[in-house]
Design a protein. Structure first.
Length: 217
């Protein structure tokens, strides 16, 4: 074997070993980082350290983000199917509450801090990501505009039609657990994660779908 071949093999071996070492070091660093982060937190009031523990869907989406590629389609479908099972549909068939309460909820971003009491109502913080009422001069754009949400989908014209029923059920499910429809959605799993109650979800539904709501004017 000539010297050139020997040198090439040596370099290749070195690269492989370095890659293995880097991979091992990366895993160790990830574990160390997670340990440091966890040790830096403590249970305080209603906020518990357990919020740092990623469930299956969060772990999968985080891994995809780190890898810089979309979540595998089959994995995404399986995760969405599991999340869909968490949605509880209204036992009485009533989806809409009070749109005025829904508007106040959508505009409120407070709640879920360690100083809150367990029974303190949380805000929906919807305006942080969506335009809902055209009178608002400040709103987020992470999510789509929801202005005329029910009107443009025909729900306010005929809420009993099959198409309207489908939109009503989809909207309820999206508010309850957005990841049932998009595994890596950045929208909070509002009811599923206890951010808002089922009654509050009805009020948000009314804000989006009631023909008297400013959303549909």
């Amino acid at each position: 074997m000539n010297n050139t071949i020997k040198l090439s093999l040596a370099l290749a071996t070195g690269v492989v070993l370095a890659g293995c070492a880097a991979s091992s070091a990366s895993v160790d660093l990830d574990k160390l980082t997670a340990s440091i982060v966890k040790s830096s937190f403590r249970d305080e009031g209603i906020v518990k350290v357990s919020v740092l523990e990623a469930d299956e869907v969060n772990a999968a989406c985080s891994a995809a983000d780190v890898a810089g590629k979309p979540l595998d389609h089959e994995v995404a479908m399986a995760l969405q199917a599991a999340q869909l099972k968490t949605i509880k549909w209204p036992a009485d068939g009533r989806y809409l509450g009070d749109w005025k309460k829904g508007e106040a909820l959508a505009q409120s971003g407070r709640g879920m801090t360690f100083t809150d009491k367990a029974d303190t109502p949380n805000g929906g913080n919807c305006y942080n990501c969506h335009q809902i009422d055209p009178k608002e001069i400040s709103f987020g754009t992470i999510g789509p505009s929801l202005y005329n949400y029910g009107k443009t989908r025909g729900v306010t014209a005929d809420p009993t039609s099959p198409a309207s029923k489908a939109i009503i059920e989809y909207t309820w499910g999206k508010i309850w657990n957005a990841r049932a429809y998009n595994a890596c959605s950045v929208m909070p799993r509002a009811v599923h994660k206890g951010i808002i109650t089922e009654a509050q979800a009805r009020d948000l539904m009314a804000l989006l779908l009631d023909p008297k709501s400013p959303v549909n004017q």
